[in-house]
Design a protein around this ligand. Structure first.
Ligand SMILES: [Zn+2]
Length: 219
């Protein structure tokens, strides 16, 4: 059995060799030293506070520009799922980060519609949220917040249209899991906050005690 597992790992490594999630060069780590230095120079780890939204805090790691914009676009639209590993690896090097995550009861990714998931093969926010949750030891659930309507991508809309576009798009299942809980929603990019605000709204309407949000980048 052990031999079989070793063989499978060996074969997988030939098909999917370990590369740095950012520069795509072969690397033992999911983030090479060069890219770590590069990301360190531009990382923000900033928290914005909102009083006019259903969520309160927004933590973002980077501004949505340059290499970050390029990599998040690859991650989302160019079927480069491995990119998330570089980001996750970088974020986890920040010692304060797990402490921040642990102040919540549960982490929930912004869902995509099942039809879009069939096309893309993965939900980019789930990959990141699941990995962060397991590394920082907090509860991760992707069966609570569900995308019911397959609306047009937010990236094709202006600010006003984005607000309208997401209304009623999300529903809650298994609501007992969020009752009186502190919930953290994760998305890849924050633009106008309409998607996250709509998600926070349905979570709060269904009993969440408080909702905050985290994104890799802020536009
Ligand atoms: Zn690299």
């Amino acid at each position: 059995m052990q031999l079989l597992i070793s063989f499978i790992n060996y074969a997988l490594n030939l098909i999917y060799p370990n590369v740095c999630g950012i520069c795509n060069r072969l690397s033992k780590e999911d983030l090479c030293k060069k890219c770590e230095i590069r990301l360190n120079k531009i990382a923000k780890f900033k928290i914005d506070i909102y009083t006019d939204k259903y969520f309160r805090k927004h933590l973002y790691i980077f501004k949505y520009e340059g290499i970050i914009k390029e990599k998040l676009t690859d991650f989302k639209f160019n079927e480069k799922a491995y990119v998330y590993k570089g980001f996750v690896n970088f974020v986890l090097k920040n010692k304060k980060f797990c402490r921040f995550l642990k102040s919540y009861d549960i982490i929930i990714p912004v869902p995509i519609h099942k039809n879009r998931k069939l096309v893309r093969g993965y939900n980019q926010s789930s990959l990141i949220a699941r990995e962060l949750a397991s590394s920082c030891n907090i509860l991760y659930k992707n069966n609570i917040l569900i995308k019911k309507i397959n609306n047009k991508p937010q990236s094709t809309k202006n600010k006003e249209e984005r607000i309208q576009n997401v209304i009623g798009a999300y529903v809650i299942q298994n609501k007992e899991l969020i009752l009186n809980k502190k919930v953290l929603i994760l998305d890849d990019i924050y633009t106008t906050g309409s998607t996250l605000n709509e998600c926070a709204k349905v979570l709060k309407m269904n009993g969440a005690k408080l909702v905050d949000v985290i994104t890799i980048a802020k536009d």
